[in-house]
Write a protein that binds this ligand. Structure first.
Ligand code: MN
Length: 613
């Protein structure tokens, strides 16, 4: 320091603490106050030292800037300073070198006291401590704070606050947990800094791996950006401990799409830390009876989500819809979700209505890239699942083939997906599994049957149970279908339309068993399949109707059911018409007193569409 021009003086940045202070170094300080024995000087908002009166060189006022050299840092953290003066010097900023520990590193620090920084993702009051679930850029862990049994610790700390916690790392039930000694809510630039650090890291971590598709497919190739976007949003929800609700159509294809994603998400939740049963309360799967997200569904989902938010301090959920969610029918629910600020992701192969997109954070749909329903939801779900978590691929590779057979896909992709697994699953196996899913879902009603469905899809190690279960379910389903066909086939009425199509009509209300398997939709489907086999070479339309609904299936007729339904709604006032579905398979609802008019109008429309092969 012989040449005064070489003097470097440090300025402590915000967020720097004692560990950033170096003995012998000179800092820019600010006079904080005076005592008999000397002057208190702040180096920043959180670090201060004392210049003993024997080391004060000039006279000062409060808040004045002075230069101080650090003489010693005592073991108790007190800093002894001396005042220095230089005519010329260079200022260098001290950036905080984060002394906090990443949550992912905690398992190696059991028994040590650490400092962590992160976002509060959940606050749960137990009968003992308050459990804060903390998320940082590396993972999720719990911090337990105790004041008194059952009393909320740090009541000022709220969901999504950015906090700094100091505490000892412990193992509780084999899970890492921090016993909180101090918790402070960060604000201002410190909060911003940590928030940004977590956000940047989360964005990076949420980016899916660059992996090829399971099969060759021009449509799926074009859908990759949309699938990656959906996967990114889902991964980010998992890494920030946001609950996920997955709603899906309650048929084999819908179940397949949802279960593939369920496997990926639950494994990712378990990998990323937190509670041992986090994959149960952070992920919920539920079938929707209708092939769209009904008001009944969103109402139920919102009801639970809001209660969990209040009771268990959970974030509001991300909603995933598979094999439904892309049509006008979904609008009322999507609007409801918007009121509550819920984020929605749709993975569907129903013909989409553009109007839904303003409500969706991501939408994967083959129709967006000149594909069609032949790329089933189960295929899409499996590809998205691999992007969410590539490690589950080996368990879910067979799911697209089952979905393809279940939804009667005739796209070339079905054969390619089947090719992947045909050594283990023959075409008959796939069809049997699909039928078992439909049959079991009937008895599960509104439940997801997570574990039973895993057995049906062969996702558990117990292959004996899988095989036994499939054999039993297929036997039960086929017996029930046979019974239903024996009852209803003699009542089918036939009529040849002017476009050459054979039309078959069946009143499923009075000529089929009710409230049992197969339900009206599937009953009509079975009838249609049988009639198609009997009328090889002819275009076929089958309508199964009840008092206030009709289910349509067609082969070789260029129908657009959603469009027909909309036209009828406008043409028949007082018909109370709604409905939709796929282009050639769908359903329509109306008021009972208008059934004849609606059916007549529909048949007229069908007879005017081109038919033939
Ligand atoms: Mn489907």
């Amino acid at each position: 320091m012989d040449n005064p021009d070489d003097v470097t003086v440090f300025r402590m940045g915000p967020g720097c603490d004692l560990s950033d202070v170096g003995e012998g170094k000179v800092y820019i300080g600010r006079v904080q106050g005076f005592a008999n024995f000397g002057t208190f000087v702040q180096l920043n908002d959180r670090v201060k030292g004392l210049v003993h009166k024997s080391n004060v060189k000039t006279t000062h006022k409060e808040r004045e800037t002075i230069l101080v050299r650090v003489r010693t840092i005592r073991p108790n953290g007190n800093i002894d300073l001396e005042e220095v003066t230089y005519p010329v010097y260079t200022v260098e900023m001290v950036e905080r070198k984060s002394s906090s520990v990443l949550l992912a590193e905690l398992s190696g620090k059991v028994g040590k006291t650490v400092m962590i920084e992160g976002e509060i993702a959940q606050i749960k009051q137990t009968s003992g401590p308050t459990i804060f679930t903390i998320v940082d850029e590396s993972g999720t862990e719990n911090a337990a704070a105790f004041v008194e049994a059952g009393v909320r610790a740090y009541p000022e700390a709220e969901l999504e606050d950015i906090v700094r916690i100091v505490g000892e790392v412990m193992l509780r039930n084999n899970q890492v947990q921090i016993e909180v000694e101090s918790l402070s809510i960060l604000s201002g630039s410190e909060e911003e800094e940590v928030k940004e650090r977590i956000e940047t890291a989360l964005e990076k971590r949420a980016e899916p791996e660059d992996i090829p598709l399971l099969v060759e497919s021009a449509v799926l190739q074009k859908l990759q950006p949309a699938m990656r976007k959906a996967a990114r949003i889902i991964r980010k929800a998992v890494f920030s401990a946001q609950p996920i609700i997955l709603r899906h159509h309650a048929d084999a294809d819908g179940i397949c799409s949802a279960v593939a994603i369920e496997q990926a998400v639950t494994a990712l939740i378990r990998e990323s830390g937190g509670d041992f049963d986090a994959d149960y309360f952070l992920f919920k799967r539920a079938p929707s009876k209708a092939p769209f997200y009904e008001i009944e569904d969103i109402t139920r989902d919102l009801d639970f989500a809001l209660k969990d938010h209040i009771r268990y301090g959970q974030k509001l959920p991300l909603i995933l819809l598979t094999d439904n969610g892309s049509t006008e029918e979904d609008l009322p629910s999507l609007k409801m979700a918007k009121v509550y600020g819920l984020s929605l992701v749709v993975i569907d192969h129903h013909h989409p209505d553009e109007i839904v997109d303003q409500y969706l954070a991501a939408h994967v749909n083959p129709y967006h890239v000149e594909g069609d329903f032949g790329i089933t939801a189960g295929m899409l779900g499996t590809e998205v699942a691999r992007l969410i978590n590539p490690r589950v691929e080996q368990y879910i590779r067979h799911i697209p083939a089952i979905a393809g057979f279940g939804d009667r896909s005739e796209a070339p992709e079905r054969a390619r997906y089947h090719e992947l697994v045909r050594e283990t699953y023959t075409e008959e196996d796939c069809k049997n599994i699909a039928l078992s899913l439909d049959y079991e879902q009937f008895w599960l009603r509104f439940n997801d049957g997570r574990e039973i469905v895993k057995d049906i899809l062969g996702l558990t190690a117990n292959t004996v149970r899988h095989k036994g279960l499939i054999a039993l379910l297929v036997e039960g389903a086929n017996a029930a279908i046979e019974d239903q066909m024996n009852a209803c086939m003699p009542h089918v009425r036939q009529q040849t339309l002017q476009n050459g199509a054979e039309l078959f009509l069946l009143d499923v209300e009075i000529h089929a068993h009710k409230f049992t398997f197969p339900p009206p939709g599937k009953t009509s489907g079975e009838v249609h399949d049988r009639l198609c086999r009997k009328n090889v070479g002819s275009p076929v339309v089958t309508i199964g109707f009840g008092p206030d609904f009709a289910v349509l299936r067609s082969r070789g007729v260029m129908m657009n059911i959603p469009k027909m339904v909309r036209e009828l709604r406008d043409e028949i006032p007082g018909g109370g018409i709604s409905g939709g579905g796929h282009l050639v398979v769908g359903s329509i609802k109306f008021v009972e007193g208008m059934r004849e008019e609606v059916l007549k109008g529909m048949i007229e429309k069908i007879s005017r569409v081109p038919a033939g092969f």
